[in-house]
Design a protein around this ligand. Structure first.
Ligand code: AHR
Length: 616
């Protein structure tokens, strides 16, 4: 490998190159990043007609002591279903009767942590309810508090709030609301959130920490297929996801098949991007779902909805939609500069026509916004104007993924830039739940993207998150359950590329007997702490043989061996994975670089990503 590091020889890598893509899939937001513990907090998940099932709520008590049913008499206009509880027992057991919610496969309650419970209630007669977190198995109380109201106070719907402090822990807990008083109670919008969320904004801190570690330049959200819907009526529409959480109608995402209360909505996506220092990339529905489409002649309301969404993000706090944002606690505009017109819709009947309607309206109102088309321009030019085009790749053969490093080698450099917004090796044979082989194949691809970063200006892996209890899509970058998380090898590959944004890409030549198995890149960058310039060389080897690589570096000066390191991501077997029982089996391992100088020999293990950092 010959690297030219002489002054002025490289070219800048865009500072947007590597980011993340958050989609509401696999319970990534609902029951994941969004720290709401209650599942189906408004009783809407069973549908808008009553009686409906209240799954996953369960009844505490016997048939003779309690009757529970849904009614359409909530105080909230956009989510009318509420729960009525008839307490029948004159002498209820001391534990009381009521309802219980298991959250998303068990709530994680931690000793010493505080939890805010908010609910809306109405009652005939005075109210005295016990609110408690209990162990799912055995019912041991971990935290509890009482909510009380006089008959007059609760004769109409009333918001009640209490804070619970846990005195014991369990990662498999439930929230129970119980009473020992005979009477009738209506409940709606019951929320339980830990108080110590990321920046107090409702995001699960451990999961945000994992994405912050990737130093993402952008956050694409909220989908993916999620924004399309299988049917248009089930597509994600931003106006249903903003404003006070208890007033949001929620919706059934019919592609990934689960109910979301839209606690993690459009505002929260923008807020998350800001909180992690990433540029938001908002993808909206363009009047096209997986099975139905709006004709271009009547697309205007959808275009207006997108314009309103941009005004929500960027308008002044006195504008119509900007004032709603301000009322949610963010008077300053969000820095929204990228929008995606739909997802994977290029081949659909009305895409081209609909796209143009969005494009011209947005371009006119917001000339600085970068507009992303769904159509692929890597081989042929687009039939419509765009700033960027969206490119997705999900091969199921690792060699194919690895060779995708060359996909953009011949793409003409005029025209829109590429946004590789979804890439991953998939399939049960080689990718499974996230194998080393998959990750190394992706590393090869990413080296290709760095090499072509004069054209590819943004890239993100997909999907980002999976709740291990609801795997709709495998593999994913971050696996979590109620109380823990780990990165798959693909996560660690992204981690090993996290310094590339804004670095200088150097010319290098790799001579090898097996060019289909080894690729390499070299970048120059500055250590943000000590401002020292250093050289980072990445080598991906997807072959089954170790490679003895001779590296010659021109124009770097003499490197300081004591500061030079070698970091390797590999494992014993190609199909090895991380897991909750062995979350760090495959993680980058750093050691001092034994030989470092302008000429050196480095051993590159089979199926590995190796990163060499050299300081001068
Ligand atoms: O990343 C999972 C899905 O793959 C996305 O929702 C979609 O855009 C693609 O088909």
């Amino acid at each position: 490998l010959v690297i030219d590091a002489s002054d002025g020889s490289g070219r800048p890598i865009p500072n947007t190159l590597f980011g993340i893509f958050f989609e509401e899939i696999n319970h990534a937001g609902t029951g994941g990043l969004w720290a709401e513990l209650v599942n189906n907090r408004g009783f809407e998940a069973g549908g808008t007609k009553v009686p409906s099932n209240i799954d996953p709520w369960t009844i505490v008590g016997t048939e003779s002591s309690i009757v529970v049913q849904t009614e359409l008499n909530s105080c909230f206009e956009r989510n009318k279903v509420a729960l009525r509880i008839d307490v029948l027992c004159d002498y209820c057991s001391s534990d009381g009767v009521g309802i219980s919610n298991p959250g998303f496969w068990g709530m994680n309650i931690v000793e010493g942590r505080k939890y805010k419970v908010v609910l809306f209630v109405r009652s005939i007669g005075p109210l005295n309810m016990k609110v408690s977190f209990r162990k799912a198995a055995g019912g041991q109380i971990l935290a509890s508090s009482n909510i009380k109201g006089s008959a007059l106070e609760v004769s109409k719907w009333k918001r009640m709030e209490t804070t619970l402090v846990a005195h014991a822990s369990s990662s498999n807990s439930v929230l129970t609301l119980t009473t020992t008083q005979k009477g009738k109670i209506w409940l709606d919008q019951i929320s339980a959130m830990p108080l110590d969320t990321f920046k107090g904004h409702g995001f699960r801190s451990d999961l945000v920490d994992m994405i912050v570690q990737l130093k993402p330049a952008f956050l694409r959200f909220p989908g993916g297929c999620f924004i399309e819907g299988h049917r248009l009526k089930n597509a994600f529409r931003w106006k249903d996801s903003v404003g006070p959480w208890e007033q949001r109608p929620g919706h059934f995402g019919d592609v990934w098949n689960y109910w979301t209360d839209n606690g993690f909505g459009y505002f929260e996506g923008l807020q998350l991007a800001e909180d992690i220092g990433a540029r938001p990339v908002w993808v909206f529905n363009n009047g096209i779902s997986h099975t139905d489409e709006v004709d271009t002649r009547v697309i205007a309301p959808f275009v207006q909805e997108a314009l309103d969404g941009i005004e929500f993000a960027r308008g002044t706090s006195t504008s119509k939609w900007g004032s709603l944002r301000a009322s949610m606690g963010h008077p300053q505009p969000f820095d929204l500069k990228y929008v995606g017109v739909g997802n994977e819709d290029c081949e659909k009947l009305n895409y081209h026509g609909n796209y143009l309607a969005f494009y011209y309206a947005i371009r006119q109102a917001y000339p600085d916004i970068q507009i992303i088309s769904n159509c692929d321009a890597s081989v042929r030019p687009l039939a419509h104007p765009a700033d960027l085009y969206d490119y997705h790749t999900y091969p199921n053969d690792a060699r194919h993924m690895f060779s995708n490093a060359h996909v953009f080698d011949k793409t003409p450099r005029h025209g829109p830039k590429a946004f590789v917004s979804e890439y991953a090796l998939v399939g049960d044979n080689q990718a499974r739940h996230g194998t080393l082989l998959g990750a190394v194949s992706e590393a090869g691809f990413l080296i290709g993207l760095e090499t072509n970063s004069d054209h590819v200006v943004m890239a993100s892996y997909a999907p980002l998150f999976v709740n291990a209890n609801d795997r709709k899509w495998n593999p994913d970058a971050i696996v979590f359950n109620s109380n823990g998380a780990y990165g798959t090898p693909s996560y660690w590959v992204q981690y090993m590329f996290r310094e590339s944004n804004g670095a200088t890409f150097l010319n290098s030549q790799l001579q090898t007997t097996d060019p289909n198995s080894v690729v390499a890149s070299a970048i120059l960058l500055q250590n943000p702490q000590n401002k020292k310039t250093y050289l980072k060389i990445k080598i991906a080897n997807i072959g089954n043989n170790q490679v003895n690589l001779k590296i010659s570096i021109k124009g770097f000066g003499s490197s300081n061996p004591s500061e030079s390191t070698k970091t390797i991501l590999t494992s014993e077997h190609a199909l090895d994975e991380n897991s909750f029982s062995n979350p760090k089996k495959i993680t980058p391992q750093q050691s001092q670089l034994q030989s470092s100088g302008n000429e050196m020999n480095v051993i590159i293990p089979p199926i590995s990503l190796t990163v060499l950092d050299m300081f001068r």
